[in-house]
Write a protein of this length. Structure first.
Lengths: 113, 113
């Protein structure tokens, strides 16, 4: 069964550094998403991406965040100048179409020191 | 505003009994709801979804009920097993937003031997 995959599984970085989180969505899916989950809290939407552009973003997704689909399989989330409060699990998800089932990857645990 | 919530943060159920996890939503125009299961250290796993033109949908050992009159949905798990231990989130795909999923806070299901 196809799955969303994410790398790395864990990332530790110093405050102010840039990180890139990587995702490989399910191959025939057209919509891609990033969510985050701060420890013990609910999953929060960050951004959705379709047809090579952002289709929606939350207020969390400010100028320090960016997304890219650099090739036909990868979908990345870049966080410039990380802050302590960026520490969280980051989940990638994909769906065939909008308003259809979103399938989530296993997540990247980001720790900013 | 948009919000999806669960009534109880934790639920303990005897192994073999049925589990019922409840969720309330605030937007009466919402038309697509999803239940996710999250095991420790993993990403949300799709369980079952329901659209507003239905009031009941069944899967393998799971049933989702939707009561649009009182803006309530529930997840019923039949014959609960140890592997059902997880946090369960109800989630909503808000109307006129094709992409974003709004998650509730989650209910942790404990299975008692």
């Amino acid at each position: 069964e196809p799955e969303v995959t994410q790398t790395p599984s864990h990332q530790v970085t110093q405050m102010g550094q840039e990180v890139i989180l990587r995702c490989v969505p399910i191959s025939n899916h057209l919509y891609f998403y990033w969510y985050r989950q701060i420890l013990g809290q609910k999953v929060e939407f960050l951004v959705s991406f379709y047809n090579n552009e952002i289709s929606e973003k939350s207020e969390i997704f400010d100028d320090q965040f960016s997304v890219e689909r650099p090739d036909g399989s990868n979908f990345t989330l870049k966080i410039r100048s990380t802050k302590l409060e960026d520490s969280a699990m980051y989940f990638c998800a994909s769906s065939k179409r909008g308003q259809e089932t979103q399938y989530f990857g296993p997540g990247t645990r980001l720790l900013v020191l | 505003g948009e919000s999806v919530g669960l009534h109880l943060p934790t639920l303990s159920v005897q192994e073999g009994d049925n589990s019922i996890i409840n969720c309330a939503y605030s937007n009466s125009a919402s038309d697509y709801f999803i239940w996710y299961k999250q095991e420790s250290g993993k990403g949300p796993q799709f369980i079952i979804d329901i659209r507003s033109n239905m009031d009941k949908r069944q899967g393998q050992r799971v049933t989702v009920l939707l009561n649009k009159t009182v803006k309530h949905l529930s997840l019923q798990i039949a014959a609960t097993q140890p592997g059902d231990s997880a946090v369960y989130f109800c989630a909503e795909n808000p109307p006129s937003r094709d992409d974003k999923i709004i998650f509730g806070k989650g209910t942790r299901l404990h299975i008692l031997p």
